[in-house]
Ligand binder design. Structure first.
Ligand SMILES: [Zn+2]
Length: 364
């Protein structure tokens, strides 16, 4: 489903000008150095954890520690390397971004399909039901008031956290193949990969399969199964919760669109500001580990800018939003955002809706 927005407002042009002016004088050499150093640290952390899991861990608790470390390191690749890469925002020539983006394939997810699902659908139609697949849990949980409420949703503030643990399984084993078979990302068609892109899709799946099954060649199978499952649970949970904290929280809106073609009653800048929230902007730890995903307001407007610049760009956003009386959603800490996400899950689970609830037969 495509959605049309109202014409651009002046604040959007002003924001573009101010960010462009900042980027003309920004320290690009320093940003590149920091990204390279960060990439080396996270990749070394991943390889080190993987090696420990395969060759050093010999008891259940050692496997558990190595698997948790590996899951967190792989999430770090997703946050800080592949995300910038797949947006074309990794500093340097285009091939560097493409290589950084391919790290997603090596973890098990297709960067080709991600480029449509995330870069196009999620970034453009944020929090719009049936257009943004990030808020579509196939009816198992209700993320938006626009979605139909089912009786079982009243427990979703408890069980949704468990669903997040399954994200990596679903993504690696199911979603990519379903998307390839249907040619759809959510309800939106995308061109199936051909030639080189198809080759990279297959290559990525083969490499990921080899890496994920590596433990079975060197560890006793009960430890191998345990290590692999725990790694996938940590990876899925960490990825899911971080992406949810920027959009599925009390401060974010979930616009209802109508008509054919569907129309949103806001311009795109206002839409993005209303549907997205930053969190923990002053935390050096989260700024480093999350690769700018705690500055999603800035990221959604300027996804091709490397996340190293987001803390400075956030100052421009705050000032401009204040000047033009626009919303700027932010949670001071990571925990504030987690609590807000939990409250929102409970509220949606109760059936709350600002307008009359849609019918039970509506798409969820
Ligand atoms: Zn993004």
């Amino acid at each position: 489903m495509k959605v049309r927005f109202k014409p651009r407002i002046r604040a959007h042009a002003v924001l573009n000008e101010r960010v462009a002016a900042y980027m003309r004088t920004a320290d690009h050499v320093g940003a590149r150095r920091r990204m390279v150093a960060k990439t080396v640290v996270i990749l070394s952390w991943t390889v080190g954890s993987y090696a420990l899991l395969l060759f050093a861990a010999s008891t259940w608790w050692q496997v558990a520690l190595a698997a948790v470390s590996l899951g967190l390191a792989m999430s770090g690749i997703g946050f800080s390397i592949m995300h910038d890469g797949n947006h074309g925002g990794y500093p340097g020539p285009a091939w560097v971004s493409r290589a950084a983006g391919f790290t997603l394939d090596m973890l098990g997810g297709s960067s080709y399909i991600w480029s449509f699902k995330h870069n196009v659908n999620h970034h453009t139609f944020t929090n719009i039901d049936r257009a943004d697949s990030d808020i579509d849990l196939n009816g198992l949980a209700r993320m938006s008031p626009v979605q139909a409420h089912k009786p079982g949703h009243r427990y979703q503030h408890i069980y949704t956290w468990g669903l997040y643990c399954l994200l990596a399984f679903r993504w690696i084993l199911l979603s990519d193949f379903q998307n390839m078979a249907s040619g759809l990302s959510g309800e939106n068609p995308f061109p199936r990969p051909r030639g080189r892109e198809l080759g990279l899709f297959v290559l990525g799946k083969v490499i990921a399969l080899g890496l994920w099954s590596g433990m079975f060649f060197v560890q006793p199978w009960p430890l191998a199964v345990f290590g692999m499952l725990l790694t996938a649970v940590v990876l899925g949970f960490t990825l899911a919760i971080v992406f949810q904290l920027a959009h599925v929280v009390e401060k974010a809106k979930f616009p209802e669109v109508s008509g054919d073609p569907a129309r949103c009653d806001k311009d795109w800048l206002t839409h993005q500001l209303e549907t997205t929230a930053d969190f923990a902007p002053r935390s050096k730890f989260w700024n480093w580990y999350l690769g700018g995903l705690n500055f999603q307001v800035e990221h959604h407007l300027f996804p091709k800018i490397c996340h190293i610049h987001y803390p400075e760009i956030a100052k421009i956003f705050r000032q401009t939003c204040e000047e033009f009386d626009l919303p700027y959603n932010c949670y001071d800490t990571f925990l504030d955002a987690v609590v807000s996400h939990q409250r929102w899950l409970r509220k949606m689970g109760s059936g709350w809706s600002p307008s009359p609830a849609p019918s039970q037969t509506a798409h969820v």
